[in-house]
Design a protein around this ligand. Sequence first.
Ligand code: NAD
Length: 356
Amino acid sequence: MKIAVLPGDGIGTEIVAEAVKVLHVLGLSFEMETALVGGAAYEAHGHPLPDATLKLAQSADAILFGAVGDWKYDKLERALRPEQAILGLRKNLGLFANFRPAICYEQLVDASSLKPELIAGLDILIIRELTGDIYFGQPRGRRVATDGHFPGAEEAFDTMRYSRPEIERIAHVAFQAARKRGKHVTSVDKANVLETFQLWKDVLTEIGKEYPDVTLDHMYVDNAAMQLVKKPKFFDVVVTGNMFGDILSDEAAMLTGSIGMLPSASLNSKNQGLYEPSHGSAPDIAGKGVANPLATILSAAMMLRFSLNQAEAADRIEVAVKKVLAQGLRTPDIYSEGTTKVGTREMGEAVVKALG
Ligand code: NAD
């Protein structure tokens, strides 16, 4: 088993270091190789995803990724910005299925801005299509308008598009995931306005017939945004396109209190995957030793389960995380009165200790 370790920028290096410590004490044999990505790679090699990093990622069974980005790169041309490294990895490895669980841990019920009774026991899995939609659709660009409300004015445009096979494969992923959970899929679309999402809805309905044991319902994205805060426990598996998934998964993340708790996985059809926390590089707290490493540690657990076939080791990590929360240890983002405030390293070490 080979793991490519790409810590990236900002808090990425701090939180990945803790996840690597956790992986080392599991007693499993795997090879880990580290490489630069994002702003760090741009500084050293002039590109956020250098060839050597891409080759390492392609040759690995899984990638453990920290985060990339910093405001100081905002003025760089788009192709050189740190975030392009993630898009490049998704595209080159064909990582089309993004799994974002939003789980509310019993001990953190009070960290959410929602009432405890709404989120206690919450366990949603958002499955976002990652390689299509308006983020990648061509044509796109800027030009002078020849029609519309202001002919002759500068305009910009993007193209929303999905092909039937792209929708079919993410639909299968969602139904298969639901089979292992609550057997309920909510497909989120905007079929009332967009052709792309009418096709999406038609295909989901067709594929749904192959999974008679799973309940399928359809919800418009505006309603889904509302229901996520009104009645979040209605949802089990949510499947949606790239842009809606981008927005809804962050909303779902905040239901649980802190984005510092939420792992994610992006998989291709060979189960090769990129595992990263749902948050970014948090430049505001980078280098201060206060970032929450648990999302990255839980991402490492997802990596063991999905790409490395080590479900038992994944369970051990998840149990250890629950143990440290039960001990009252909290990084500042999840701290509340009566608990013990710890830094990134202490939290990582507590998980290592809880693994026994
Ligand atoms: P962010 O997720 O980095 O930070 C948002 C807020 O959450 C900040 O206040 C931050 O301090 C806090 N936060 C994030 N992770 C935390 C953790 N583990 N522990 C405690 N607090 C945490 O989002 P942003 O501020 O919008 O973006 C910062 C940079 O990250 C930008 O350059 C952005 O492009 C990039 N970004 C990268 C990724 C990625 O690498 N996948 C994702 C999102 C944003």
